[in-house]
Design a protein around this ligand. Structure first.
Ligand SMILES: [Fe+2]
Length: 311
């Protein structure tokens, strides 16, 4: 910090006059150096180094640079309280999954069963009785009985965990995307019992196309990518003293299981959705139905809630 200009306000650094192409990167790094927050300094230094290296590699034309800026602005302009193109952009380029894997110790001694949050989690899921249905309006589909157990990484059942469950309908849309569904259809909040368990009724999830009306969708089309996610249930488990678990449970025989547009599928996230032909747990169901029995594992840590991508 020796070069801080005592005359300039707020300690602005003098970085000199740029004489060559090589001078620009160190100049920007020097200009940012007075930042007091060490993490901000670290993140922004890396950002500038990588961004400058990227530009040196691809040498964008001025027209391409303008298109890139339009693309970035478009992400913001398309985002509303019901749709988040920034989340979608990070999802479809593997950024969300990479952040999730690194933040949850993937590659470390214990492979965690975590997944990206996705753009459709919202606050205020209605608290739902064990055994009740989260189908809150007419929504066709094979009936599903889900039994979920939450344990810690030593195998001890965790009572009193708040677990949000949400998934798309049989037409592949979440409540907020579909005027034919009422609020919080296919969503519920369950609180685990003394055995760390809860169960609920729903319909078997189906795969769905992600929204493609924004810039993220446009670039997928240009790359000839199917904007499809394999079928899954979403979970967010919250309990003080434990790292909040965000995960998904996939339907293993979904035809798109190996080409999730958001790169979310790992072996730890496969669900065993079983086709059942015996008596269903509900008297109104005859014929086939599905069951899943799944265990979620939480690790000790700090309980925080993510910022909801939509209102
Ligand atoms: Fe989803």
């Amino acid at each position: 910090m020796a070069d801080i200009d005592p005359v300039a306000s707020e300690g602005t650094v003098k970085y000199g006059i740029l004489k060559t192409l090589e001078d620009i990167t160190p100049a920007v790094l020097k200009a940012m150096a007075p930042a007091e927050d060490p993490r901000l300094r670290e993140v922004m230094e890396a950002f500038v180094r990588h961004a400058h290296a990227f530009i040196r590699e691809v040498r964008p034309t001025e027209e391409e640079f303008e298109r890139g800026l339009e693309f970035l602005n478009g992400i913001g302009q398309t985002t509303t309280d019901k749709y988040n193109d920034a989340v979608l952009f990070c999802d479809v380029f593997g950024i969300s999954t990479l952040v999730t894997m690194l933040a949850n110790g993937m590659g470390g001694p214990m492979e965690p069963a975590t997944a990206l949050l996705g753009p459709f989690w919202r606050l205020g899921h209605p608290i739902t009785e064990h055994g009740a249905s989260i189908v809150r309006c007419d929504t066709p589909g094979p009936q599903l009985h889900a039994k979920i157990r939450v344990i810690d990484n030593s195998g001890k059942p965790l009572p009193g965990v708040d677990v949000d469950v949400w998934h798309a309908s049989s037409v592949g849309m979440y409540d907020v995307q579909d005027e034919n569904q009422i609020e919080f259809n296919l969503r519920g909040k369950f609180i685990t019992d003394e055995n760390g368990s809860f169960h609920f009724r729903s319909i078997k999830p189906v795969g769905y196309p992600i929204p493609t009306h924004g810039p993220s969708g446009a670039i997928l089309a240009a790359q000839k990518r199917k904007p499809q996610r394999p079928a899954h249930l979403h979970f967010l488990a919250f309990k003080e003293g434990y790292k909040t678990l965000v995960t998904q449970i996939f339907v293993a025989d979904d035809p798109d299981i190996e080409r999730d547009v958001t790169f979310g599928v790992t072996p730890q996230l496969m669900g065993d959705y079983k086709r059942e032909t015996g008596p269903a747990p509900w008297p109104d169901v005859t014929g086939e139905w599905y069951s899943i029995d799944h265990t979620l594992v939480m690790v000790p840590g700090v309980a925080t809630l993510p910022t909801p991508p939509i209102a």
